[in-house]
Design a protein around this ligand. Structure first.
Ligand code: SF4
Length: 84
């Protein structure tokens, strides 16, 4: 039987990181908009050509999960994430 702190503690996922940098390769992007649908506070679409725009280069931790999902959903691999 552990201490109350041990019993009540939650273990953060090992994938959880403090910092995240995002880069969009606009030459690869075809403007499918998946990233904008998944994380609209981080990604937007250029009105001129429909390709993705980055609204936030270093999103807060509350946005990391959505950004990872957007990264995995991009059909062209145009989103690069660097987590530290
Ligand atoms: S999901 Fe990928 S291809 Fe689609 S708009 Fe976003 S960066 Fe561009």
């Amino acid at each position: 039987m552990g201490t109350p702190r041990q019993r009540g503690a939650t273990v953060p996922p090992t994938t959880q990181k403090a910092g995240m940098d995002i880069v969009i390769d606009r030459d690869k992007c075809m403007g499918a908009g998946q990233c904008v649908l998944i994380a609209p506070e981080v990604f937007d679409q250029d009105e001129a050509d429909g390709r993705a725009l980055l609204l936030v280069e270093r999103p807060g931790t509350e946005q990391h999960e959505a950004v990872r999902e957007a990264h995995e959903s991009c059909p062209l691999g145009a989103i690069t994430l660097r987590e530290s």
